[in-house]
Design a protein around this ligand. Structure first.
Ligand code: 5GP
Length: 201
């Protein structure tokens, strides 16, 4: 059983509060189940209390971010809710060169940029939907991080969610509803394993 030697980029997006990180990086989540790592992005956003530098994000200054743009270190970068986020190019390219896959947990702007950079077969676009708008609102208000940052940001995140969902229906091949966590994890794991050739009939 010779594994498929072509690496793929799995773009996973979804509105904030939908449970993306838990699905992808949490215990028993997609990374654990597939063995495919998430590429750690750089951001200018302030570090949350429970976040670890180099694991959740590389937390860098605006100047450092600009320097990286200038040095062309990003595969893509975008402004999301007044902060900048960027995907390190080298890590992604190194993995693809070795025939290994990588997961990018990025917004829809980033997803679309990545999609235009590679052949269709290389990029798999997965979007996570909330079961309903009400549930998304509840999850966002329970999340905690917004309460100690800025309620205006929380409001923006909610507004942005509907734009992202509309965009996703047009450009993402896989729409996964996060109603029951385990089901969402299994569904995404199944999509990834099918794409990497691990799920064979
Ligand atoms: P958060 O601040 O909640 O961690 O992330 C805010 C949004 O930025 C999320 O939709 C997240 O997926 C997105 N994001 C994180 N890293 C990147 C990145 O490197 N590029 C882009 N375009 N979006 C990112």
């Amino acid at each position: 059983m010779e594994p498929d030697k072509t690496g793929k980029i799995f773009v996973i997006s979804g509105p904030s509060g939908v449970g993306k990180s838990t699905i992808v990086r949490g215990a028993g989540g997609v990374v654990e189940k597939t063995g495919i790592p998430v590429c750690v992005s750089a951001t200018t956003r302030p570090q949350g209390k429970t976040e670890v530098n180099g694991k959740d994000y590389w937390f860098i200054t605006r100047d450092e971010f600009e320097q990286k743009i200038e040095n062309e270190e990003f595969l893509e970068y975008a402004k999301v809710f007044d902060n900048w986020y960027g995907t390190p190019k080298k890590e992604v390219e190194d993995r693809l060169a070795k025939g290994q896959s990588v997961i990018l947990e990025i917004d829809t702007q980033g997803g679309l940029s990545v999609k235009t950079l590679y052949p269709d077969a290389t990029v798999v676009m997965i979007f996570i939907l909330p079961p309903s708008n009400d549930v998304l609102q509840q999850r966002m208000s329970k999340r905690g991080r917004e309460t100690d940052v800025d309620s205006q940001i929380a409001h923006k995140r909610l507004k942005n969610a509907s734009n992202e969902i509309a965009m996703a229906w047009q450009h993402y091949e896989h729409m996964v509803i996060n109603d029951v966590l385990e089901n969402a994890i299994n569904e995404i794991t199944g999509i990834i394993k099918t794409e990497t050739g691990e799920n064979k009939e």
